[in-house]
Write a protein that binds this ligand. Structure first.
Ligand code: FMN
Length: 185
């Protein structure tokens, strides 16, 4: 655990029920913290991923459009958040479509201190599971605000509501079927 990471934020990540990751704002955005739901989702333990960039989950998937969206977010300090499905692989090699949310944890003076992220397997879900995850992530972000505030950190980017859970899930299932080479009927 990096010594400069506020202890209250680390503890909050540890007890959260949704997958969460935190990366350094500078350099190649190496991961500094992942929580138990992240490990359950991806199969990667903290010692596998901390210190590395999370793009390792993409293996050799092209992901041109989602990566461009993520790079755009990272290069624009005033953009509060980004959300995109992206093809990822678990440690055991099985693919999934990760609905990735990213936002910023800033210092009071507006500089980005950390990049915050949450992951969700949207390809093995039902629309109501996605709606439930979204509500949990919104609550997680809401409860993080006062905890971060105590540590002098501002949580940017309120979670956007998902208007079309069913469409997102249906599209992700088709993408997964393509990846697995099985008929999507
Ligand atoms: C905190 C954080 C968490 C991330 N989590 C994931 C992830 O779970 N899956 C993924 O494919 N990319 C993830 N990314 C995005 C990649 O690290 C990278 O930013 C993205 O692939 C675009 O850059 P690139 O084209 O240089 O790889 C994450 C990034 C950050 C900063």
């Amino acid at each position: 655990m990096p010594s400069d990471l506020p202890k209250a934020i680390v503890e909050y990540f540890e007890q959260s029920r949704v997958a969460l990751a935190l990366a350094a704002a500078e350099g190649d955005n190496h991961l500094v913290l992942v929580n138990p739901p992240f490990s359950r989702l991806t199969g990667f333990e903290p010692e596998d991923v901390v210190g590395r960039n999370c793009r390792m989950l993409q293996r050799d998937a092209v992901n041109a459009e989602p990566r461009a969206r993520l790079r755009e977010f990272l290069s624009r300090p005033n953009q509060p958040n980004v959300r995109t499905p992206i093809v990822n692989f678990r440690k055991d090699g099985s693919p999934f479509v990760n609905l990735l949310y990213m936002s910023r944890l800033n210092s009071i003076d507006g500089r980005t201190r950390y990049i915050f992220a949450s992951q969700f397997d949207v390809s093995r879900s039902q629309p109501e599971m996605l709606a439930d995850y979204n509500a949990q992530l919104a609550a997680t972000l809401g409860r993080l605000v006062p905890i971060a505030d105590d540590a002098g950190i501002v949580v940017e980017g309120t979670l956007m509501t998902i208007a079309n859970s069913a469409a997102i899930v249906a599209q992700a299932k088709m993408m997964l079927a393509d990846l697995e080479g099985t008929p999507d009927a």
